[in-house]
Write a protein that binds this ligand. Structure first.
Ligand SMILES: CC(C)(COP(=O)(O)OP(=O)(O)OC[C@H]1O[C@@H](n2cnc3c(N)ncnc32)[C@H](O)[C@@H]1OP(=O)(O)O)[C@@H](O)C(=O)NCCC(=O)NCCS
Length: 186
């Protein structure tokens, strides 16, 4: 568990599903992302999964999910993850909770031995955590073709000392539950 005076982040467990759904619904105001999270939590191809909850004054306020992925190439795939989705309850946004979830997630992935992490997200938000825009430019193609204006939104980072050019290149194969074109836009 990572914590300061009022905030802490911990891994979720099977008893947290309702809390996670509440956070996802409030953050996205939609049933799409909550259903994706439910499906991913139950998806063998996404495992080992990293699912973290953030608390402020013991109130659950944020959630982040990292699911396993592969790089399709002739070489063995690096140990790879995709960050999606991340959700912070609207009334708690802009207080660093999203940042603490991303930072704690990356730290734990590194400890697990993960090598690469991808995200499809806003290019003004994720580079502050070490993500590099335009992962396709490094040879890491997204699971579905993106529109040209989305190319910078597809980001990657190496979690160890290896440079991006040292990894096998190819298309990223995401967990089955996420393997639908409607999830691949930004
Ligand atoms: C994106 C989100 C998780 C950020 O959480 P947060 O706790 O507000 O983030 P932090 O407080 O750590 O960081 C706030 C920063 O993020 C920026 N930010 C928030 N949402 C953003 C977005 N969609 N695009 C770009 N930047 C964004 C803010 O402008 C702020 O920037 P600043 O530090 O330069 O002022 C939260 O806004 C959220 O849940 N949004 C709804 C769900 C969503 O869109 N998730 C992302 C797609 S999976």
């Amino acid at each position: 568990m990572n914590s300061d005076q009022n905030n802490h982040v911990r891994e979720s467990d099977d008893f947290d599903t309702e809390i996670i759904m509440m956070i996802e619904r409030k953050a996205f105001r939609s049933e799409v992302e909550p259903q994706l999270v439910l499906d991913l939590l139950d998806d063998q191809s996404a495992k080992p999964i990293l699912s973290l909850l953030a608390f402020k004054d013991e109130v659950p306020v944020g959630h982040i999910l990292f699911t396993k992925a592969l790089i399709e190439s002739n070489e063995p795939s690096p140990f790879t993850y995709i960050l999606a989705p991340i959700a912070v309850r609207p009334e708690y946004q802009g207080q660093g909770i999203g940042s603490s979830l991303v930072e704690e997630g990356l730290k734990r992935l590194h400890e697990m031995g993960a090598e690469l992490v991808f995200v499809l997200g806003h290019e003004r938000y994720y580079p502050r955590f070490g993500f590099v825009p335009n992962a396709s430019g490094f040879g890491f193609m997204p699971p579905y073709t993106l529109q040209p204006h989305q190319s910078n939104a597809w980001m990657v980072q190496s979690l160890n000392s290896k440079g991006l050019e040292e990894y096998p290149k190819g298309r990223i194969v995401c967990a089955n539950a996420m393997d639908k074109p409607e999830y691949w836009y930004e």
